[in-house]
Design a protein. Structure first.
Length: 592
């Protein structure tokens, strides 16, 4: 059957015009209330999510300017940042002050120029600057002074690198004139440390000494230092041995590091970087030894002292002694010897004080005085000599210094030497010769101060290194850069909006407008295809009919099935029988 097309055929329709000229509003009004509410809520949620994604993609990267606003003047910070036109925000959970990543340096400069610095809550000696009433008691004056001293000490301790904050409590007893009632002051220090940090024993001792020297008559044993976790830090009696051992261990490691650095300095210019490995082990003696020795040399006697005494007594008078009859008796008469002897016998018979006679009986004259020489009186002589001799000796007192090195052990492993062929550029590896290793050994021995008498050992061996010994540090990936994540945020925002529009909003709108397409009439001059109407007449199954008019009706496509086409034709006949009749009439006229 030939296709018949009739244009501008007048047909009367009684359809209502769309609500406000929008067909989807009419279709929306035909839905149930529950579907209408659900549809509107879904649309509103989609639009809100879209706006949120757009704002998220456009949100700048914020960085912390201050970890917390504690101890800072919030009003001054806000005024300074607002005057500098710097956007900021406060993280509600941690209280951190956040600014844009590009404005971090400028914001810090502005706040530093404005004098915004963290301040503590401790009150120092400025409490004494306040006016005091006339009725202030001595107790209040002492309390204010102690409170100011506690605040000043807390500020000083807080200035240490690892200390975030500190509080000091002083117990200063009232002074007494009686010695038996005298009590010593004491102190307690609470330190708040930064997260992940701790105080070394030396730093704890520094805090103890600081407080002890700031309070009169306060001894170090009366000071207690505690951290925010309740750990006692000032127990010196318990930790003294461990502290000393720790110092000795650190000293040993410093000695080994110094000797290892010497080996590096001597081998690095020769072998190059990563071509050798060196380790030094030092046996350090920390024992304190004192010795005293005394030595004598018997081959070198020496005269130390000599004392000589010589005495001589001459009696110039006669008999002397205890007064009495015997001492007052006259001398006995001289008696001549019976035989004549020599001069000695004659002289011997002469009494002391009598003139001396020669062999002829003549008086002996003194040539010096010209007077007769008299017989001498009896005399006593005594000579005494004392000599002290000592042997050569030496006394030595020796005190060995702690930290003396008893023994050194040095180990050096050298990689194979790399040779490059100049002709073809081939790289070959060859071991070092024995002479070269011996030279390296001598260099290492001289570098560390090798002493064979104390048992030092130096080992230099050649072994090939593994090819995978080093870890290559790769460059930061592009996706770890801040600019990459800014672009990703923008792209994700655009993709989400597209998915929201084409995946959610468009199907919903199509669903709304598709509910009224059962009976849609095309506008003037449009065509309507009627196909697959074999249910009415087999000969009309392949015909196309175009109806013109002010209102067009949309019929189902042939692919939708027989039932859908039949229902659409029934609806069309029921709603506009005049137009259907006109179409049938035109078909009949065309067949004739």
């Amino acid at each position: 059957m030939a296709e018949a097309v009739v244009d501008n055929v007048p047909a009367k329709t009684e359809g209502k015009p769309p609500l406000f000229g929008l067909s989807f509003l009419e279709n929306l009004s035909e839905m149930t209330m529950l579907r209408q509410v659900g549809l509107l809520v879904g649309l509103a949620a989609s639009v809100a999510i879209g706006f949120a994604v757009v704002l998220w993609s456009q949100q700048p990267d914020y960085r912390p300017l201050y970890g917390s606003l504690a101890g800072l003047d919030s009003k001054q910070i806000m005024e300074t940042l607002a005057a500098a036109d710097i956007a900021y925000t406060v993280e509600p959970n941690s209280g951190a002050l956040l600014v844009k990543a590009d404005d971090v340096a400028r914001a810090r400069m502005k706040l530093a120029a404005a004098g915004v610095t963290p301040s503590d809550s401790n009150i120092g000696f400025e409490i004494l600057d306040k006016d005091q009433g006339l009725g202030t008691s001595q107790f209040m004056e002492a309390t204010r002074y102690r409170r100011g001293l506690e605040g000043e000490l807390a500020r000083t301790i807080s200035s240490l690198n690892n200390v975030k904050g500190a509080r000091v409590h002083l117990a200063i007893p009232k002074s007494s004139v009686f010695v038996r009632d005298e009590r010593k002051p004491s102190a307690s220090v609470l330190v708040e440390l930064f997260a992940g940090r701790s105080l070394e024993p030396g730093q704890v001792n520094a805090i103890v000494n600081l407080v002890a020297t700031s309070v009169p008559e306060l001894s170090k044993s009366q000071i207690t230092v505690v951290d925010q976790k309740g750990n006692l830090l000032s127990d010196q009696a318990e930790n003294s041995a461990l502290t000393q051992a720790g110092k000795q261990f650190d000293y040993s490691r410093r000695v080994e590091s110094m000797l290892t650095q010497r080996v590096h300095n001597i081998l690095q210019p020769v072998l190059g970087n990563d071509r050798y490995k060196a380790e030094v082990s030092a046996d350090v003696d920390f024992s304190a030894v004192e010795s005293t020795s005394e030595q004598f040399n018997p081959d070198q006697p020496a005269l130390r002292s000599e004392q000589s005494t010589s005495e001589q007594r001459t009696a110039s008078n006669g008999p002397q002694g205890v007064p009495g009859a015997l001492s007052n008796q006259p001398p006995s008469p001289a008696s001549a010897p019976q035989t004549t002897g020599g001069a000695a016998a004659t002289a011997g018979a002469i009494q002391p004080g009598q003139p001396l006679l020669d062999a002829n009986g003549q008086q002996i004259m003194d040539p010096a005085t010209g007077q007769p020489m008299l017989a001498p009186y009896p005399a006593d002589k005594r000579n005494q000599s004392t000599k002290n001799f000592e042997l050569d000796r030496s006394i030595s007192h020796t005190k060995q210094q702690q930290g003396r090195v008893n023994r050194l052990s040095v180990s050096v492993v050298v990689d194979d030497q790399v040779k490059v062929n100049a002709a073809d550029g081939a790289v070959t590896r060859a071991p070092w010769s024995a002479d070269e290793l011996a030279r390296f050994t001598r260099l290492v021995q001289d570098a560390v101060g090798f002493d064979a008498s104390r048992g030092d050992s130096v080992s230099v061996i050649n072994m090939p290194f593994s090819a995978e010994r080093g870890e290559v540090i790769a460059e930061p990936a592009f996706y770890s850069q801040p600019w990459f994540w800014d672009i990703v945020k923008q792209v994700l925002g655009v993709l989400f909006i597209l998915v929201l529009v084409f995946g959610v909003l468009r199907p919903v709108l199509n669903n709304i407008t598709g509910n009224g397409k059962k009976q849609l009439a095309l506008a003037g001059g449009s065509d309507v295809e009627l196909g697959g109407m074999g249910g009415l007449d087999g000969e009309l199954a392949n015909d196309r009919v175009s109806l013109g008019g002010p209102q067009s009706i949309l019929l189902p496509s042939p692919s939708e099935g027989y039932d859908a086409q039949l229902n659409a034709i029934k609806s069309l006949v029921a709603e506009d029988p005049g137009r259907v009749a006109q179409v049938v009439k035109e078909w009949i006229n065309a067949d004739e």
